[in-house]
Design a protein around this ligand. Structure first.
Ligand SMILES: C[S@@+](CC[C@H](N)C(=O)[O-])C[C@H]1O[C@@H](n2cnc3c(N)ncnc32)[C@H](O)[C@@H]1O
Ligand code: SF4
Length: 378
């Protein structure tokens, strides 16, 4: 099973972000580890019967924590897990925090992969997005990660106001030359309630031009594929054998457990349904709560869980086996094809064989439309 650990601290707030974080000068590493250990203890069931094989430490900004803290976090997890055999351990990091010493501590704790929040290598892009690092620092961080034998995954944000095709092409060239294993490409999304919304309202930022953004996303796909990356999921590109194993679990309906504020868990229930749990947001709120107050629990019936499974499954750009999906969510045979009838007509989804469906080439940009139909359609 995959385990997600949420680190709710950032050194500063990026204006577009609505993840669960608080801005702190220095996080209380030991307070965080103790609170995490308390949650492991409280959830000894199901943790005690689980074999942990992937770990993802996300945020917030995990790189605000000291390097030595990771071995403590993982030791607490190991002590409570039924079995601890992680083959992929990812830690998210902001480029300005990455040092050789920090990476060495991470590696000693068992990390295999660093997900680096580069967003852009362009000066204008970094200023527009309100980021703290310089492109040179991001390049150095990628090199050091690679030199220490860890896999580097780079996050890019595409479609920020003023981004040109030439700026994007330069970003991809930098990535191509840096020995990066994986790239995540996110379309800039203005989340309600974020400072960016106010900046747009005051005229300090142009609104996102969605057509220009779609054009950049298509260019990004072409350039990354020419650089040897395979586009395997809506937002993910990987070199051979470097797909994100932890994230694949979300897209192929595997159970996962999340710990820390705002972390989500999903566990299959008898009869094809799903039990979902979403922890309380906010470090203080999460750390002081216990038991039922710590999370919102939701039981999804098999029909609702199946729809979510189909939507998530179509994020992967490889064919999805509908009989496997129908078996997992205990849906009647032919259920998935019926749900997708309109999308077949629109040409957004194809069926290469009787039990396989896949997003049509180039139609991944329409995934929101597919999702709307699958989740809300009759
Ligand atoms: C949860 S964030 C944490 C990573 C790390 N703190 C950082 O900022 O680099 C993971 C990624 O989500 C993406 N992201 C966050 N907010 C976004 C938004 N509003 N639009 C597009 N991408 C976003 C960024 O690429 C970011 O690297
Ligand atoms: S993008 Fe990353 S660093 Fe910026 S506020 Fe969000 S979690 Fe923190």
């Amino acid at each position: 099973m995959g385990v997600y650990l949420h680190v709710p601290f950032c050194a500063r707030a990026c204006p577009y972000c609505d993840f669960d974080f608080e801005v702190v000068r220095r996080p209380d590493d030991s307070g965080y580890v103790s609170a995490l250990a308390r949650e492991f203890e409280e959830r000894a069931e199901p943790l005690g019967r689980v074999r942990v094989d992937t770990i993802y430490v996300g945020g917030g900004t995990p790189s605000t924590l000291r390097g030595a803290t990771f071995s403590k976090m993982f030791a607490e997890l190991r002590a409570r897990a039924g079995a601890y055999e992680p083959r992929e351990v990812t830690v998210e990091a902001n480029p300005e925090h990455v040092t050789r010493e920090w990476l060495l501590a991470l590696r000693a704790a068992g990390a295999t992969r660093v997900s680096l929040g580069v967003q852009s290598f362009s000066r204008q892009g970094l200023v527009t997005l309100g980021r703290a690092h310089h492109a040179t620092k991001a390049r150095e961080a990628m090199e050091t990660i690679h030199a220490l034998g860890l896999d580097a995954s780079v996050d890019l944000i595409v479609g920020w106001p003023g981004q040109t095709p030439a700026a994007l092409a330069a970003d991809i060239e930098t990535i191509r030359d840096a020995g990066v294993a994986h790239v995540s490409v996110y379309a800039l999304t203005v989340e309600p309630g974020t400072p960016w919304e106010g900046l747009v309202a005051r005229g300090a930022r142009a609104p996102v031009d969605e057509d220009a953004q779609a054009d950049l996303l298509e260019r990004c796909e072409r350039s990354l594929e020419s650089a040897g990356f395979r586009h395997y999921e809506i937002a993910s590109y990987a070199k051979p054998a470097k797909q994100a194993q932890h994230n694949r679990k979300y897209w192929r309906w595997r159970d996962f457990l999340g710990f820390g504020p705002s972390a989500a868990s999903a566990v299959a229930t008898q009869g094809g349904g799903l039990e979902r749990r979403v922890n309380a947001r906010g470090f203080a709120e999460w750390a002081r709560s216990t038991g039922d107050q710590r999370a919102i629990l939701d039981r999804l019936d098999p029909e609702t869980a199946g729809r979510e499974g189909l939507w998530l499954g179509l994020r992967l750009l490889e064919p999805l086996d509908t009989s496997e999906l129908e078996a997992r969510f205990e849906r009647p045979s032919g259920w998935a094809r019926r749900r997708l009838a309109r999308q077949f007509e629109l040409g957004n989804v194809l069926s290469p064989s009787a039990e396989r469906v896949v997003v049509a080439p180039g139609r991944w940009l329409w995934h929101d439309v597919i999702a709307h139909d699958v989740l809300k359609g009759t």
